[in-house]
Design a protein around this ligand. Structure first.
Ligand code: CTP
Length: 403
């Protein structure tokens, strides 16, 4: 998994810096190319000569060489990398990264780096437990950086607690897992519907619902990160996609969503129907804005929309996987199982409006996945991104696509 991968190894001033030698050896042994960037304090703990010898590359520490003025481009380095690993990461470097304090080559490179970043903290237990460190790590997580939690054990101070940098083999394992997962959906095409639909009443009004589209967009990002080509059919939402492997098709009504999803489906390996599609639409759309007629009631006559999931389920090919959603308020499992059968789904992601933090308009979700064999798995309250990861894990194991 690491063969040919470009890894920037950032080393900072901690006694755990000696373990960087084992890290380099392990990475190089697995075929990775390692470029070390070290902070001035890091050099007090391990010599550049050791690191350069093991990595077969000169070690970078300063912005330019004192000898001949050669400029070390942190931008080029950031673009070269497939991953950046900061191990050991001290409390001070973590704080600088969290706040963009670019006063050394390591943090500058971090800020220029487009590749995923792994951080392996190393510090005394009280420093690790301090709210400042906790907040800085939470901030790095919010940037999408991956924190490799330190282990418990005897620390340099001879105190025992959490703060020891994770062992090199485990850190390398985290990188390997990342690259393995990144390729697990390579070559797969996945259709995702997301968001609400708006059904026009007149030029200024519509029938809609509270769906934000966040769950569907998180699914699209996770699928694309794992190598899939995604077609994301999105109802009206205020969200952006960032991965170039996501082809976004914006629609407004259930009818438009139906057409876009039906076009994309035959070519797809899987479809995830997360949109909150309006079941009905006004029978007719007024050409002009409907005026208020003071004392008279107004009746809006609604006619049914096509059921996108059921229509795709009816033409599903052998080997195509379909995933649906069920947001319920009562008899959740019963309703969800009924939908799974009616729409010919392979599994259904059920959430209940009775659960706090689940459903529409929030960043979290609490789901239970039920598959067509009747297997049921309940997950705790998680961010929608983490829930998306769980759903895609299930998709990969259920479909028996190679991991
Ligand atoms: N769905 C769809 N097209 C529709 C309605 C629903 O594709 N017209 C999909 C949703 O994206 C979801 C699943 O079907 O994956 C279940 O949606 P839901 O609205 O709960 O199902 P309905 O069959 O409309 O049932 P209900 O009577 O509870 O509204």
């Amino acid at each position: 998994m690491l063969k040919g991968k470009h890894i920037i190894l950032g080393i900072t001033g901690s006694i755990a810096a000696y373990k960087a030698a084992y890290l380099i050896r392990g990475l190089v042994k697995r075929g990775a190319e390692v470029q070390v960037v070290i902070t001035p304090a890091g050099k007090e703990f391990i010599t550049p000569l050791t690191l350069a010898t093991l990595s077969c590359h000169p070690v970078i520490s300063e912005f330019f060489s004192n000898r001949d003025g050669t400029w070390n481009s942190h931008v080029d380095l950031g673009l070269w990398a497939d991953a950046m690993l900061i191990a050991p990461a001290t409390a001070s470097t973590i704080a600088k990264m969290a706040n963009g304090v670019a006063d050394n080559m390591l943090v500058t490179t971090y800020l220029s780096c487009k590749a995923p970043v792994f951080v392996a903290p190393a510090m005394d237990l009280d420093m690790f437990a301090h709210p400042a460190t906790r907040a800085n790590l939470a901030r790095l997580r919010s940037f999408g950086n991956r924190i490799i939690e330190p282990a418990e054990g005897e620390l340099a101070s001879h105190l025992v607690g959490k703060g020891r940098m994770e062992e090199p083999d485990r850190i390398i394992e985290a990188l390997e897992n990342y690259f393995a997962v990144r390729e697990e959906l390579k070559g797969k095409k996945i259709l995702i519907t997301a968001g609400p639909t708006y059904e026009k009443i007149d030029p200024v009004r519509f029938v809609g619902n509270y769906s934000s589209g966040k769950m569907g967009f998180a699914l699209a990002e996770v699928c694309a990160e794992r190598g899939a080509e995604v077609t994301l059919v999105a109802g009206p939402v205020a969200l952006e996609v960032s991965n170039p492997r996501i082809k976004r098709v914006d629609v407004e009504s259930a009818g438009e969503m139906y057409r876009a999803a039906s076009d994309a489906f035959p070519d797809c390996d899987a479809a995830i129907l997360s949109a909150a599609v309006a079941d009905y639409r006004p029978e007719s759309v007024a050409e002009r804005k409907i005026k208020r007629e003071k004392e008279r009631e107004m009746t809006l006559r609604l006619i049914p929309n096509a059921d996108i999931a059921a229509s795709l389920g009816a033409v599903k090919r052998e080997g195509q996987i379909m995933v649906g959603f069920a947001l319920e308020t009562d008899d959740e499992t019963l309703h969800a199982m009924d939908k799974l059968r009616r729409k010919n789904l392979d599994f259904i992601v059920m959430n209940s409006l009775r659960e706090k933090g689940a459903g529409f308009r929030c960043d979290t979700n609490k789901v239970t996945i039920i598959d067509k064999t009747g297997e049921e798995t309940s997950y705790p309250l998680k961010s929608k991104r983490e829930v998306a990861s769980d759903i895609i894990d299930k998709l990969v194991t259920f479909s028996r696509w190679e991991r």
